[in-house]
Design a protein around this ligand. Structure first.
Ligand code: TRP
Ligand code: CA
Ligand code: ZN
Length: 300
């Protein structure tokens, strides 16, 4: 049997054979959903929310940090103050890779005060967490350096992500090859929106969905609405995924994606009904898998 690369089964590969490109893993939906169950329990035990400056936010951060620490990440908590309350970002570096080429993925971990914030943005936070854990499980050793982030106080106006970017030296900003943002990726009446920013990141996400035969649309709600904005403003290439918030799904969108025309992508956006019941499993699974695909391919 001839193997790709020309080596014969059983024989040691020739010393100059290039390492094969590692395929991105299928992210287990059950694992992503287990994180959402924990975030819901945290909200329920802390007055019903995980908002900036409230106990449910810090408990959410501690949950994510413990998983990453156990998996071998180097984690850092970055503290800031906004509206007279202390907030936190969590940064997790995967050891290894070229420190001059950093591929980052992030999501905001805070909710609004009115609810548990399971779609906004437990969904993105759980998908980023499970992708980071998949890197560890695979022992993935990409060429580039991987960094994951969970932002505080997004709902107060991108406060945590802006704080992070403002506190990077210009040299460290220049080392970030790309920032991938996930904010609301399990909307109950989902669309498949890809940010229309850095072409290489956009194309990587589009390739993933094309491989599944799922049409995507460009995310057009504007660049100021999530944590990629502070990165984009200083010239970092950005991209991301979004399954829709309070905008209404059109008949054309329902025809290609299913779901209900004339209804919001997420009718519980910023409401008390944004619970674990407010998630479309298929959208959550596809977007988590798309993130893993992009992380693997953009960092190889
Ligand atoms: N957290 C964002 C917000 O409250 C959610 C959001 C709405 C969003 N529209 C978006 C995120 C468009 C990305 C792109 O505004
Ligand atoms: Ca999956
Ligand atoms: Zn959000």
């Amino acid at each position: 049997m001839l193997l790709t690369g020309g080596s014969i089964a059983g024989a040691a590969p020739a010393p100059l054979d290039p390492a094969p490109l590692a395929a991105a893993p299928d992210i287990p939906l059950a694992n992503v959903k287990a994180h959402l169950t924990q975030l819901q329990s945290i909200a329920t035990a802390n007055g019903g929310n995980r908002a900036h400056g409230r106990t449910g936010y810090k408990a959410s951060l501690d949950y994510v940090k413990a998983k990453l620490d156990a998996a071998g990440y180097t984690t850092t908590i970055q503290q800031f103050t906004s509206s007279s309350r202390v907030g936190y970002n969590l940064i997790a570096d995967w050891p290894g890779g070229d420190a001059n080429q950093v591929v980052m993925a992030g999501s905001h971990l805070d909710s609004v005060t009115s609810g548990a914030g399971i779609n906004d943005n437990g969904s993105g936070s759980a998908a980023v967490l499970e992708t980071a854990l998949a890197v560890a499980r695979a022992g993935y050793a990409p060429t580039k350096h991987l960094r994951f982030a969970w932002w505080g106080a997004e709902e107060l106006g991108l406060v945590g992500s802006r704080y992070y970017v403002n506190n990077l030296s210009s040299a460290n900003r220049a080392r970030i090859s790309g920032y991938l943002n996930l904010d609301m990726v399990g909307s109950p009446n989902p669309g498949y929106f890809v940010y229309d920013d850095a072409p290489a990141i956009e194309q990587t996400f589009k390739d993933y969905f094309a491989g599944l035969g799922i049409p995507t649309e460009i995310e057009t709600e504007g660049d100021g609405r999530s944590d990629h904005a502070p990165f984009k403003n200083v010239g970092v290439p950005v991209g991301g995924l979004f399954s829709g918030a309070d905008y209404i799904k059109t008949a054309a969108q329902a025809a290609k994606w299913g779901g209900t025309a004339g209804l919001a992508f997420d009718r519980c956006y910023h409401s008390s009904c944004d619970t674990t019941a407010n998630i479309n499993d298929t959208a959550l699974d596809r977007n988590a898998d798309a993130l893993a695909y992009a992380i693997w391919n953009l960092s190889a």
